[in-house]
Structures are given as structure tokens and as C-alpha cells.
Design a protein. Structure first.
Length: 481
């Protein structure tokens, strides 16, 4: 999913993908045309840049005259942070030309270039047009980033880059075995976002059990405020709070089984309990009227205006909605509400993981340059710059000292501290993009949350999608190690 939700630009985007995928709930094509495109990417004839001279200042042996091409996803984080990092690259390699561009149309812009064997050197593969990571890895379209991880960090030559990263970042970039194919640059806290001011006005605390959640929503409804809203046109936002709730109720092994596409994984009692809980929000009229027709910006705007109390989202929401969130909103995030005291994991269990996936294509002409640009971005200075400008953490384990944390960022840091070791990381959105977005999200949860399907019907449908994906020999399958 990438981590920024400004991934639904007008034009060729999520809505177009859905229109092309038959009727809602009946989408069964392989991971779009990218699968075929990747299979024939040997036609590129342009030569790769020769290696430069390896030194303490140039540990990846970047050719100091070779052009670097960097394509960024133009989403909720903007592009200024990347442009600042590019300036450092240009200072270090003044003879090299850097071609930098930003687009929301990652797949339609870059798929033909992968097919021709002429991809850029560094790509932020995010947004609604994100290229399918599982397909990229399965078709050997990406460079192994191990040389970057084993290189000296930008700040401290005595530390490798891998030793400066947050827990789980390296593992997220692995699909099977040791190679690391993706560097997730942002560190996203997913959960239930709300206004502490609005919650205080109800004289309530964030609910820890579902009975408490329903009571808070009932109280909000009496005051003219809906309990929940969400990106109805892109209902794969719902899992940002639903998946960690499933993990809290049934244990992380339930999410692992779902990721592994195991038979009947979606029929686990924890899934049933959580689906029924969310459906109850619809049945009791606690979801903002018209939500199924809202996109991410519209739902976030309604929420920021106080029309709804809670919204499932990621930590990019603070930056993306900065122009509509009131100054006294007191933005906060919480781990998901559970069912009751019988839940397997304690309250505070949260989904947090790397976001904003950067890749260096296998056929990049200047792969060393792409990795060096990432090494710069993973420095403390670049990390602080990102955090200060876009209100989000990075993969660099630190980078917050000396920065005045915004309310949402401060709340996210507190949520991570409360979670401790109970941080979950569902992998469906990395391993099986089409299954997660179009099928589970739009075809399954979207229909249920709009009241057009019951939890039992939705579970049956989603299990069918998962079973079909497990049997699909045209895609590479992955499992938790």
C-alpha cells in the first residue's frame, strides 16, 4: 500500500483499476498486466555504469560521472524531503547529473520501462499504482540491497547501515531467504485516529473493549457526531485497524496463517468476532452517512471537521490532512479496541511497520548510485528533515532528538512505547497487492461495511479469494519464516 494515502490521484488510479477488474467481488485476474510485462524485460540495450573507485567516502564505489535517475511517488509525504537528499548526492558527486521526478502514476509510467529493460536507478514504489512487490521479486526485477545494508552508515563508519535501522525493517524487505529487495523508508503507525479534544468533550477515554467502543459511539451519536468514517471508495484502509484487532483477539499466528494463505485461515473465530464487531458499527448506525461513497480525502476532511470521531488510517494522515485539521484538534492515535479480556494479546497491540518502499531495479544502469542515495536518506540529518517536514518517523532508529513532535507524531511514539513487543506486521499488502486491495478490500470489506454483505458472507468470499490466490501458479507465494 505504500504508506502514504495520497495514492489515489485523479485520472488513472484506483477507480480505473476497479472498473477494469470486472464487477466488484468478482475480480480474479492475475496481478494485472505487470506480470506479463516483467517476464520479458530483457530488451534493454543501454549499458550499465562502470564501477567507480571505492573509498571511505564512497563505500559503494559509485561512478562519480554516471547519471542517477530517481522516480518518487508524489503522495502525502510530498517530494521536498527527497529533493533535499538529492542535493546532498549532487554535492558528493558534482560531476554526476541527477534526473529527479515525482508522479502518482508509478505503474503506468514505469511498467513499460521495466518491459524495455530501461528502469530508473531508484524508485519509491508506492500509491494506488504501486507495482506488485511479489511479482517484482518473483520475476527477479529488483537488486539485492545487501551491499547497502552492509555499507558503513552515512554518519558513523563504525556502524553498518543495517545497524542503524528500526527493528523489523530489514526483515520486511526480505521475501524468502537472505536477500533484501526493498528498503521501507517511512515507519508507519497504523491504527484508529481521533481528536483527543472531541473525545474529552464526550467525557470519555479511548475504549479498550468493544462494549466500551459501542458505548462511546452511542454517546457521540446523541451529540450529532458519527462514531466512525473511513475511505469508502478505498476500503482497504479498514484493515489498518481491523487486522491488528484480529491479531490482538486471536494472536499473531492468526495473521501469519492469513498471510501464508493457509486453508480456512479466514474462518478462525477471531476473524469472525472482529468482522461481526465492525459490522455492528454499520447495523447500529454509528458510521457516518454516505461513507461508502467517500474517498480518502473526503472521509478525512469530514472526520477533521468533527463529523465522525474515529477513522482507521496510517501516520501519514497528519501531514496529508494538515490543511483541514484544526489547530486545537489534538490529533491522537490508538491501537485498536479489542473484544474483551479473553483476547490473546493486551490492549496496546498495534500494527506498525515500514512504509514507502524504495527499490533499485535489477536492470538499473546506476544501481550503486541508487543505493548511495538511499544511504544518504538513511542518515540522521535526512531522517530528521523527513520527520520535521512530513510528521512521520523513518526507518532510521532515532532522528527525533531536537525536534518538536507534532501531536500525531507524539501520540504515535507513545503508542509504540505502550505496544512494546506487541507490534504486528501483516504482510498481505506487500506480498499480494491485488488480493489485499481489490479483493479483500473492495470486493469483501467494502461490501460488508456498506451493509451489502453479512460477516459470514464476507468471510466466505474472502476465503475464496485467498484460496484462489494460493492455487494461482502465475504468482510467487511467500510464507513467514
Amino acid at each position: 500500500m505504500g504508506s502514504t494515502s495520497a495514492e489515489h490521484g485523479e485520472g488513472y488510479g484506483r477507480r480505473d483499476l476497479i472498473k477494469r477488474s470486472a464487477a466488484l467481488g468478482l475480480i480474479s485476474v492475475p496481478a494485472m498486466s505487470f506480470l506479463a510485462a516483467c517476464a520479458s524485460s530483457d530488451s534493454g540495450t543501454e549499458k550499465k555504469a562502470k564501477a567507480g573507485t571505492k573509498s571511505a567516502k564512497n563505500p559503494l564505489a559509485v561512478n562519480d560521472t554516471a547519471q542517477l535517475e530517481f522516480v518518487l511517488f508524489d503522495g502525502g509525504f510530498g517530494k521536498e524531503y527527497a529533493e533535499d537528499a538529492v542535493k546532498i548526492y549532487q554535492q558528493d558527486f558534482p560531476k554526476a547529473k541527477v534526473k529527479f521526478s515525482a508522479t502518482q502514476k508509478i505503474q503506468s509510467t514505469l511498467q513499460p520501462r521495466f518491459n524495455q529493460g530501461t528502469p530508473p536507478d531508484l524508485i519509491d514504489n508506492s500509491g494506488a499504482e504501486q507495482m506488485d512487490m511479489g511479482v517484482l521479486v518473483g520475476k527477479k526485477q529488483l537488486s539485492d540491497l545487501t551491499p547497502l545494508l552492509d555499507a558503513p552508515s552515512f554518519d558513523d563508519p563504525s556502524k553498518k547501515v543495517r545497524d542503524t535501522l528500526r527493528p523489523g525493517i530489514v526483515e520486511m524487505g526480505q521475501f524468502d531467504g537472505d536477500p533484501v529487495w526493498i528498503m521501507y523508508y517511512a515507519y508507519t503507525v497504523y491504527g484508529v485516529w481521533y481528536s483527543q479534544k472531541a473525545l474529552d468533550s464526550l467525557d470519555e477515554k479511548y475504549p479498550e473493549t468493544w462494549d466500551q467502543m459501542l458505548a462511546v459511539c452511542a454517546k457521540a451519536k446523541k451529540k450529532g457526531m458519527a462514531g466512525w468514517t473511513y475511505a469508502g471508495k478505498y476500503p482497504y484502509y479498514v484493515p489498518f485497524s481491523l487486522y491488528p484487532m484480529i491479531g490482538k483477539v486471536g494472536g499473531r499466528e492468526v495473521l501469519d496463517a492469513i498471510d501464508n494463505l493457509e486453508p480456512n485461515a479466514w474462518k478462525h473465530p477471531a476473524v469472525k468476532a472482529c468482522f461481526e464487531a465492525y459490522y455492528e458499527l454499520y447495523k447500529k448506525g454509528y458510521i457516518l452517512k454516505g461513507t461508502p461513497g467517500l474517498d480518502h480525502i473526503q472521509s478525512q476532511t469530514a472526520w477533521a471537521k468533527g463529523e465522525a470521531l474515529f477513522i482507521p488510517n496510517g501516520s501519514w494522515v497528519e501531514n496529508e490532512s494538515a490543511n483541514v485539521i484544526p489547530k486545537d484538534f489534538d490529533l491522537a492515535v490508538s491501537a485498536p479496541t479489542g473484544i474483551d479480556s479473553s483476547d490473546k494479546l493486551p490492549f496496546g497491540t498495534i500494527w506498525a511497520s515500514g512504509g514507502e518502499p524504495f527499490v533499485v531495479p535489477a536492470k538499473a544502469k546506476n544501481a550503486a548510485g541508487g543505493m548511495e542515495q538511499l544511504r544518504i536518506m538513511l542518515s540522521e540529518a535526512s531522517s530528521k528533515n523527513f520527520t520535521a517536514k512530513v510528521k512521520s518517523l523513518t526507518a532510521f532508529n532515532g532522528g527525533t532528538s531536537g525536534i518538536t513532535l507534532t501531536p500525531g507524531l507524539k501520540s504515535g511514539v507513545a503508542a509504540l512505547k505502550l505496544a512494546g513487543d506487541n507490534v504486528l506486521n501483516p504482510r498481505l499488502q506487500d506480498w499480494y497487492v491485488q488480493l489485499q486491495k481489490e479483493q479483500i478490500g473492495v470486493g469483501g470489506l467494502g461490501e460488508m461495511m456498506a451493509g451489502r454483505a453479512t460477516p459470514a458472507e464476507t468471510i466466505k468470499k474472502i476465503q475464496g479469494y485467498a484460496d484462489a490466490a494460493a492455487k494461482d501458479t502465475s504468482v510467487k507465494h511467500y510464507k513467514h519464516q
